[in-house]
Design a protein around this ligand. Sequence first.
Ligand SMILES: Nc1nc2c(c(=O)[nH]1)N[C@@H](CN(C=O)c1ccc(C(=O)N[C@@H](CCC(=O)O)C(=O)O)cc1)CN2
Length: 299
Amino acid sequence: MEPTNQNKHQAFQQDQKNRGRLLITCPDQRGIVAAVSQFLATHQANIIESSQYSTNPEGGDFFIRIEFECPDLDSKKTLLQEEFETIAQRFSMEWTLSFVHDLKRAAIFVSKELHCLRELLLEWENEDLVMDIPLVVSNHPEAKNFVESFGIPFVHIPANKNNRQEAEQQQLKLLEEHDIDVIILARYMQILTPAFVETYSEKIINIHHSFLPAFVGAKPYDRAFDRGVKLIGATSHYVTNDLDEGPIIEQDIKRVSHRDQVEDLKKNGRIIERSVLVRAVRWHVDDRIIVHDNKTIIF
Ligand SMILES: Nc1nc2c(c(=O)[nH]1)N[C@@H](CN(C=O)c1ccc(C(=O)N[C@@H](CCC(=O)O)C(=O)O)cc1)CN2
């Protein structure tokens, strides 16, 4: 029996049962929008939202996100995917077709700093972040009571640089068992191995506590203080093997001054981190992000 939190968004799912989303990347050329629109019309779908971007209409890359309503969508899923493949091949498209009813299943990873975890769970609790959270994983025990108070399973797997492989074996087994779509590193302070990153490519979202590319790696606030910065920030990005250099999803900043000590930078930084991560996760679960050339297009 799934934990009670897994039925949390049933009203939303019922309301969105006929809602689909197409994300497309392809070489720019005439006829793309016409072909996709015709495909949707042929299947009685009505376009609710459409947004596109071209790097160069004379021969660049084209990106489009279309959200649509389609009667009896559940019974048409396989047909739509099979028939769209013909159009995709004609235009050399990379594409995803997703169904809003099928909520993303997010695993949250956390270490000792819990402010980002708290923000995610509170947003989820008030249904401003619509996803399932089958589990929270931590390499420290502190978050257990808070997480379980939401009816969400908490798993403590002690992970550090000396037992990384063994810890990740346990983590990956859990992620597979829970059919996880996206992993959120909510100030999880362990570097993931290439094997882990490859398994969940473009599906691991991190919050880094600096305005990247400044202060990559550990202890960015201490280094920012030593540098005498006048701005601090936070960056949410997809995780790659290049530490904190994955595609940036969202950033924000705040002014600081010589009067601010390291603890003041951290206190102000936590406010930025929380809001930046929630926006990044919301855009991901709403299928509003395309990754291209280590950058993101946000619709
Ligand atoms: N493969 C990747 N793993 C992680 C990334 C990434 O971009 N690629 N981002 C980090 C998050 N992070 C900063 O935001 C970060 C976390 C931890 C460290 C670090 O040096 N950790 C040490 C151990 C520290 C400790 O045990 O207290 C280590 O793992 O050896 C640097 C940056 C998350 N993972």
